[in-house]
Write a protein that binds this ligand. Structure first.
Ligand SMILES: [Zn+2]
Length: 173
């Protein structure tokens, strides 16, 4: 378009166009071309501004993405550390349990395992101040007398939840 305007201007300046009608048309075209060029420049400017603001937004979003990614990485690392700790703890508890289980008579261990399965993971409970700590029910006088009468190596059970009762000095007997 600029070339066309320049060519028109050249023709005008050269004096080759002599007819007043042609001269007028040529001048009109030059004015109209200048106006269109101005409009197009405005459009280009607007597009550039929009491109710049889009670029800023991309930069901002990239920054946020990186920060979120860093947080996610950090959380993953902490989770892995916690998981490793828990695995270690579980392994040590498992070994400890194995050791204790080895010292318990086979039939008692079998009973305990059965009860544990039936009673939500707790097969034995402490008798504490006349109360079974498995079901939290206080033993009645008859039950207490039975426990009192039982020898130290007798396996006593809670009449309510059937768990093995573990007697201690704080059992309230
Ligand atoms: Zn009980």
């Amino acid at each position: 378009m600029r070339q066309r305007a320049a060519r028109d201007q050249q023709r005008l300046d050269s004096g080759a166009v002599t007819s007043p009608k042609d001269l007028e048309n040529l001048q009109k075209e030059i004015v109209s071309l200048a106006k269109r060029q101005g409009d197009l420049e405005d459009v280009v400017l607007e597009v550039m501004e929009r491109r710049e603001s889009a670029q800023e937004r991309v930069t901002e979003l990239t920054g946020r993405l990186e920060s979120v990614q860093a947080k996610a990485d950090d959380a993953t690392a902490r989770r892995d550390t916690a998981q490793a700790e828990l695995d270690g703890e579980a392994e040590s508890v498992r070994k400890e349990r194995e050791l204790v289980a080895g010292s318990i008579p086979a039939d008692l261990l079998k009973l305990y395992e059965k009860l544990r399965e039936q009673q939500g993971g707790v097969g034995a409970a402490r008798l504490y101040q006349r109360r079974c700590e498995g079901c939290h029910i206080e033993l009645n006088i008859t039950e207490l007398n039975d426990v009192r009468a039982a020898s130290a190596d007798t396996v006593v059970r809670c009449e309510n939840c059937r768990r093995i009762l573990v007697r201690t000095s704080e059992s309230g007997l």
